[in-house]
Design a protein around this ligand. Structure first.
Ligand SMILES: Nc1nc2c(c(=O)[nH]1)N[C@H]1C(S)=C(S)[C@@H](COP(=O)(O)OP(=O)(O)OC[C@H]3O[C@@H](n4cnc5c(=O)[nH]c(N)nc54)[C@H](O)[C@@H]3O)O[C@H]1N2
Ligand SMILES: Nc1nc2c(c(=O)[nH]1)N[C@H]1C(S)=C(S)[C@@H](COP(=O)(O)OP(=O)(O)OC[C@H]3O[C@@H](n4cnc5c(=O)[nH]c(N)nc54)[C@H](O)[C@@H]3O)O[C@H]1N2
Ligand code: SF4
Ligand SMILES: [Mo]
Length: 728
């Protein structure tokens, strides 16, 4: 079967036409949604009614639990868990209709495809699994012989956060001696910053926010990106908590805040150091906590002298009074909590911002109260509690380390003629880099290389898949085993398959088992069974796991770790640093104290591209680029827009709704202007995640971003882009 090539017309209906055209093609490969349930019946043992537990696979801090009822192997109901108090009976606008919009979507990829047109055209023909794997393994053997394993690059990210399906392929690639991917685009900069101070990132648990009385949502859009936290925030508010939002974009979360503070993007390090300055100047620090559980107060005191409210006001664009007021309110309120997530890290000075902010709770002794301190991640608990041994590389492979390639640099890595060896084979799964990786046009240039073997596994023919030589249909969590840890909450979920794989879809793990077989490998660690991996990962005597077993999880679906109650990890210091102290001054990190160091944009850049662009997760119906091809969700979300300030709109003679071209030296994106007082003069903001192939103009946010790295952690400074704007 041939996928229709992309419609070259630039008309606004392209998007729907494209979906309809490609959908018809795909549907003809399989059966329509209505027929799928009965088709799957014959593949299964005996007709019976069943309740199956699972969880959301998305790269989202909420990791919702769900229940599926099947009858005769057909889905009868799909709903959020009522018993899990964090999910609390509600998924989200992205996932409520997951079964119809993704699992049984008539557009879902259900057979392997082989490219027949030029890369990017989306012209494919059906191919059998066996034939495709045979051809791929023959090509891989030649690459391995001629260039060695490092010419192969696996590229996977958070499309499936499962411990089993998310880690699939790692042993096979290590076995081949492939280049390793440094998966840094989300969280690494933030974690590096916080770790430099606290040694780890786990702090206050989300549900304990109800005890907080002063909640700072610092650079996070909770209502969109972490919506299951919101009811707990509202509970705290009912009990008198004040909600503060610090964000250069006036998000819907900011609209709900009691106090909204709007600094310039990338200036939070200065703001946090300014707050420290005021707290010390006003003598609001907790002297006892500082002396017992921190080190470096003297160095910090000297360091923040420069960050007086006058200087910080100039850097951040805030009033001096706001800075003083925020510092005093934060230090005086008890318990006071700072909630951090990810978005703010995507600045060149991003890790330093997290580092400076992480000092505030130790400075004021906020950690001493339940609901006081810092709330960021919880994934470290899973590292302690679960048995990760089955996922570790065998000793012989551990010893052979290969080159590490930062995913942020994908475009450069694929196009750099000095790469030795060059990347000649790319395997993409759980990711859609053509949309989500910066320097989009360079990524696409790399993907267009005719000498590059690109293999993509996904649910749909994504923007990345359009450039593939082979595309394979992946299963959804409805069809495979998994175990879900979480980023941010202490809940563990089992995921049981509710139905057999649809069409010819296979789990990521199965793809790699089959590839290993075609390569002629025989090592048992390449053929592990998914359900066995779930069982062995749960085989742990750690106290958090008391009463939680494979058997118990199959009865309940989810379980909360047995954490000490109350969970107050730093009442008495106990930071994960060598001295157990919070390190204001850390001599093992360069620099030993965080500083506000803006990216030096050239004068020419500032003149040519006068606006600072934020491209963020301001879409309610997409998760990164996932679901951004689903017609019903595209329609609910509406066209992507560019938020622009009143002043800039007037200067550019733009009115609300006008079509605009946003451009810089890397690319251009067509959007409609929105003038809703959400950004300050000089700053513009657009949503990320839109598929390039469905956009008028064929490119989306990352056509404008650069592949610059953050100050620590090797993260992506996505929010440093500068752009010009033209009415079209
Ligand atoms: N609906 C929806 N939910 C999602 C996602 C999605 O795509 N859609 N993605 C998921 C993923 S992968 C992640 S990582 C999380 C991220 O969750 P968040 O971190 O909450 O999301 P972001 O939108 O990246 O950034 C949050 C806010 O940071 C602000 N920000 C940007 N730069 C700065 C700065 O310099 N200073 C300050 N103070 N703020 C700044 C942005 O304006 C934005 O409003 O969300 C997850 N949840
Ligand atoms: N400009 C800009 N760019 C950004 C961001 C931003 O804020 N602004 N945010 C960044 C962040 S925080 C993140 S996390 C990244 C996310 O970037 P990506 O990890 O690329 O995320 P998605 O776009 O959601 O792509 C995930 C893909 O995995 C597929 N998938 C889901 N389940 C499975 C499975 O079981 N098997 C296989 N094979 N595929 C599966 C989905 O269908 C989807 O196509 O984007 C980053 N890019
Ligand atoms: S995307 Fe997030 S909020 Fe939505 S169902 Fe999944 S885990 Fe829950
Ligand atoms: Mo992310």
């Amino acid at each position: 079967m041939q996928q229709k090539p992309k419609n070259p017309s630039k008309h606004v209906l392209n998007r729907r036409q494209f979906i309809e055209i490609s959908g018809k093609g795909i549907a003809s490969l399989s059966v329509g949604a209505a027929g799928l349930g009965s088709l799957s019946l014959s593949a299964c043992e005996s007709p019976k009614s069943n309740k199956v537990f699972g969880a959301c696979h998305h790269d989202c801090p909420d990791t919702c639990s769900w229940e599926i009822t099947t009858e005769d192997n057909q889905i009868k109901s799909f709903k959020a868990s009522e018993s899990n108090p964090y999910t609390a009976g509600k998924l989200c606008n992205k996932m409520d209709n997951f079964h119809n919009e993704v699992v049984f979507s008539p557009h879902r990829l259900l057979k392997p495809l082989k490219r027949v047109g030029v890369k990017g055209s989306g012209d494919f023909a059906e191919i059998s699994w066996d034939q495709a794997l045979q051809e791929i393994s023959e090509k891989l053997k030649i690459i391995l012989d001629e260039k060695g394993g490092e010419a192969i690059l696996p590229f996977s990210y958070g499309g499936n956060e499962g411990i089993i399906q998310g880690r699939a392929g790692r042993k096979l690639f290590a076995h081949m001696g492939a280049s390793r991917l440094d998966r840094t685009i989300c969280g690494d900069a933030a974690v590096a910053g916080i770790e430099a101070v606290n040694g780890q990132t786990t702090g206050v648990m989300p549900e304990d926010i109800i005890h907080s009385r002063f909640i700072v949502l610092w650079g996070t859009n909770t209502l969109y990106t972490n919506q299951h936290l919101w009811p707990f925030i509202l509970k705290a508010k009912e009990q008198g908590a004040k909600i503060v939002v610090i964000d250069p974009f006036k998000s819907d979360t900011a609209m709900e805040a009691d106090w909204y503070i709007q600094p310039f993007p990338g200036t939070d390090t200065a703001l946090a150091l300014g707050l420290i300055h005021v707290i010390l100047a006003e003598n609001l620090q907790d002297v006892d906590y500082i002396s017992k559980y921190t080190s470096g107060i003297n160095e910090l005191t000297v360091h923040v002298q420069l960050y007086n409210p006058e200087n910080v006001a100039k850097i951040t664009g805030l009033d001096k009074e706001t800075i003083i007021d925020l510092a005093k309110s934060y230090a005086n309120a008890k318990p006071s909590l700072i909630r951090l997530l990810i978005g703010m890290e995507h600045q060149s000075n991003g890790a330093s911002a997290y580092r400076a902010i992480a000092m505030l709770p130790a400075l004021t002794g906020a950690w001493k109260e339940l609901g006081g301190g810092l709330m960021h991640m919880a994934y470290e608990l899973f590292g302690e509690a679960l048995n990760y041994e089955p996922h570790e590389l065998p000793q012989n492979l551990k010893e052979k380390t290969t080159r590490l390639i930062n995913m942020v640099k994908l475009g450069k890595v694929l196009t750099d003629p000095t790469m030795s060896p060059s990347i000649d084979a790319l395997f993409v799964y759980n990711a859609n880099p053509a949309v989500t990786i910066p320097n989009q046009n360079l990524v696409l240039e790399g993907l267009k290389r005719t000498d590059l073997l690109t293999v993509v596994l996904d649910h749909f023919v994504t923007d990345t898949a359009r450039y593939a030589d082979y595309v394979f249909p992946a299963t959804t969590p409805f069809e495979n085993w998994d175990l879900f840890s979480t980023w941010a909450i202490p809940y563990l979920n089992i995921n049981e398959p509710a139905i057999p794989p649809l069409g010819e879809a296979k789990a990521n793990t199965e793809f790699f088992r089959l590839l290993a077989k075609h390569m002629g490998y025989e090592e048992s660690y390449l053929f592990e069974d998914d359900q066995d991996l779930v069982k062995t990962t749960l085989d742990s005597n750690h106290p958090y796991m008391k009463g939680i077993t494979y058997k118990s999880l199959r009865k309940t679906g989810w379980a909360k770790f047995n954490l000490p109650d109350p969970w107050m990890p730093h009442v008495e210091g106990n930071f994960a640093t060598p001295t157990k102290k919070c390190l204001f001054y850390n001599p093992n990190v360069d620099p030993a104290l965080p500083d506000y160091i803006p990216l030096p944009h050239s004068e020419e850049d500032i003149i040519n591209y006068p606006y600072r662009l934020l491209s963020i997760k301001s879409t309610k119906h997409f998760l990164n680029s996932s679901h951004a091809n689903i017609d019903s969700l595209i329609q609910k979300e509406g066209k992507p827009y560019l938020d622009i300030s009143d002043e800039d709109a007037i200067a550019l003679s733009i009115v609300d709704g006008d079509a605009v071209k946003v451009y810089n030296q890397r690319g251009e994106v067509l959007l409609n202007a929105k003038i809703k007082k959400r950004v300050k003069k000089g700053v513009v903001c657009m949503p990320q995640g839109y598929w390039t192939s469905l956009m008028d103009g064929d490119s989306s946010a990352n056509a404008l971003t650069d592949d610059l790295l953050t100050d620590m952690g090797g993260g992506a400074a996505l929010q440093e882009a500068r752009v010009a704007i033209m009415k079209v």
